[in-house]
Design a protein around this ligand. Structure first.
Ligand code: NAD
Ligand code: DAU
Length: 340
C-alpha cells in the first residue's frame, strides 16, 4: 500500500511547526511534507529533533508561485493539505498590508487550484477568529460559526477573503474542504513579536513590556498543541464544507496575561509600559467551540497549566529565541514601538 502524504504549508512557523512535529511523531505511517518560504517568521532549527525521521520532508517554496506549486502537487500527489502558511501579525498588516493580500489571498487560491487539479482527499484551511471582527465586553457573547464575517484589520480582511475563496472552491467545484477558526494560540516556538512570547522574553531580560492602551482588550487563549489536535481531528473527521471554531474558554485581558507572566517569573510590574493603542484594536474575542466538541475535541490545557508550561519552555530553550531577538528583530521592534 502507498503511504499517505500530508502537505503542511507554513510548517516552519509557530503553529504549522508544532503541527508538523505533532504529525511526524503521531503518524509514522504517513509522510509529512513541510512547504515553507522561510520568511522572517519561518525557521527550521525548531525541527532538529525530527529532521532525521524518515517521514519528514522539507520543500522551500512560495505558495503564491503558481508554477512551483502546480509542479509540486503534480509530482507528489498529496492526499491531505493542512494550510497554515500566512502573514500572521496584525501590527505588520497595519504597516504593510500588500504582502498580506499576496500571501494570504493569492497564495490560498493557488493552493486551491493545485488541490483541485490533483483531487485531494481533504484541504483544511487554518483561519482565525479575527474574521468575525470584535465582540463587546459582555462575557456571555461568543463567536459561533454563524457569526457574520466582519474583519477589521488588513490581516483579518485577508484571512476572511481567503476563507471565502476556500468556500467557493467547495461550492463551485466540490473540493473537500474545511475551514477552522481558532482563537489566540500560545506555546513553544511562538515568534517573539506576539504578546505572550514578547512579554516572556523581555521580562527575562528585564526590559519594558509594551501594553497597548490600558491593557483591557480581551483575547481567548489556547495552547498550540490543543489547536494541533483540533486540526488533526478535522483533517480526518471534518464534514466536507463545514467551518469549525476552535477555542478553550480562556478569556483574559492583556494586562492580566502580562501580570501573570511577570509574577510567575518573580519580576516587578514596573516593567509594564502603557503605549499608544493599536489602530482599530479589536476589543474582545471569545469562541464558542461546541460544534468541534461534538466532533470529539476537547482541550487538555487550562490557561494556568498552559502558561506555566510555556514560560518553562522559554526558560529551557533560550537557544531558540535569543538568536531571533538578536537578528533583524531589534530593528522591527524599534520601528514598531518608537515610544519605548
Ligand atoms: P507564523 O507567522 O508563525 O508562521 C507563518 C509561516 O508561513 C512561516 O513559517 C512563514 O515562513 C510561512 N510563509 C509566509 N509566507 C509564505 C509564502 N508565501 N509561502 C510559503 N510559506 C510562507 O504564523 P502562525 O502564528 O503559526 O499562524 C499560522 C496560521 O494560523 C496562519 O494562517 C494564521 O492566520 C492562523 N492562526 C494563527 C493564530 C495565532 O494565534 N497565531 C490563531 C488562529 C489562526
Ligand atoms: O485571534 C487569533 C489571532 O491571534 C491570530 O489570527 C493572529 O495571527 C495572531 O497574531 C493573534 O492576533 P492578536 O493581534 O490577537 O495577537 P498579538 O499577540 O499581536 O496581540 C494580542 C493582544 O495583545 C492584542 O490585544 C494586542 C495586545 N498587544 C500586542 C503586542 C504585540 C499589546 O498590548 N502589546 C504588544 O506589544
Amino acid at each position: 500500500m502507498t503511504r499517505k502524504k500530508i502537505l503542511v504549508t507554513g510548517g516552519a512557523g509557530f503553529i504549522g511547526g508544532n503541527f508538523v512535529q505533532y504529525m511526524v511523531n503521531k503518524y509514522p505511517q504517513f509522510d509529512i511534507y513541510n512547504l515553507d518560504l522561510l520568511t522572517y517568521a519561518g525557521d527550521l532549527t525548531k525541527h532538529r529533533d525530527i529532521e532525521s525521521k524518515g517521514n519528514y520532508f522539507f520543500v522551500k517554496g512560495d505558495i503564491a508561485d503558481r508554477d512551483i506549486i502546480m509542479s509540486l502537487f503534480e509530482k507528489e500527489k498529496f492526499d491531505y493539505v493542512a494550510h497554515f502558511a500566512a502573514e500572521s501579525h496584525v501590527d505588520r498588516s497595519i504597516n504593510e498590508p500588500e504582502i498580506f493580500v499576496r500571501t494570504n489571498v493569492l497564495g490560498t487560491q493557488v493552493l486551491l487550484d493545485a488541490a483541485k487539479k490533483i483531487g485531494v482527499t481533504k484541504f483544511v484551511h487554518v483561519s482565525t477568529d479575527e474574521v468575525y471582527g470584535e465582540l463587546d465586553f459582555d462575557p456571555t457573547t461568543f463567536f459561533t460559526e454563524e457569526s457574520p464575517l466582519q474583519p477589521n484589520s488588513p490581516y483579518s480582511a485577508s484571512k476572511a477573503s481567503s476563507d471565502f475563496m476556500v468556500r467557493s472552491y467547495h461550492e463551485t467545484f466540490g473540493l473537500p474542504v474545511n475551514i477552522t477558526r481558532c482563537s489566540n494560540n500560545y506555546g513553544p516556538f511562538h515568534f517573539p513579536e506576539k504578546l505572550i512570547p514578547l512579554t516572556i522574553s523581555r521580562v527575562l531580560n528585564d526590559e519594558k513590556v509594551p501594553v497597548y492602551g490600558v491593557g483591557k482588550n480581551v483575547r481567548d487563549w489556547l495552547h498550540v498543541l490543543d489547536h494541533c489536535a483540533a486540526i488533526d481531528l478535522v483533517l480526518h473527521e471534518g464534514v466536507n464544507g463545514e467551518v469549525y471554531n476552535v477555542g478553550g474558554h480562556n478569556e483574559r485581558t492583556n494586562l492580566d496575561v502580562v501580570k501573570t507572566i511577570i509574577s510567575t517569573l518573580g519580576k516587578s510590574e514596573e516593567l509594564i509600559e502603557f503605549v499608544t493603542d493599536r489602530l482599530g484594536h479589536d476589543k474582545r474575542y471569545a469562541i464558542d467551540p461546541t460544534k468541534l466538541e461534538r466532533l470529539g475535541w476537547k482541550p487538555t490545557y487550562t490557561f494556568e497549566t498552559g502558561i506555566a508550561q510555556t514560560i518553562q519552555w522559554y526558560l529551557d530553550n533560550k537557544w531558540w529565541w535569543e538568536k531571533i531577538i538578536s537578528g533583524d528583530y531589534p530593528n522591527y521592534f524599534k520601528k514598531q514601538y518608537s515610544l519605548l
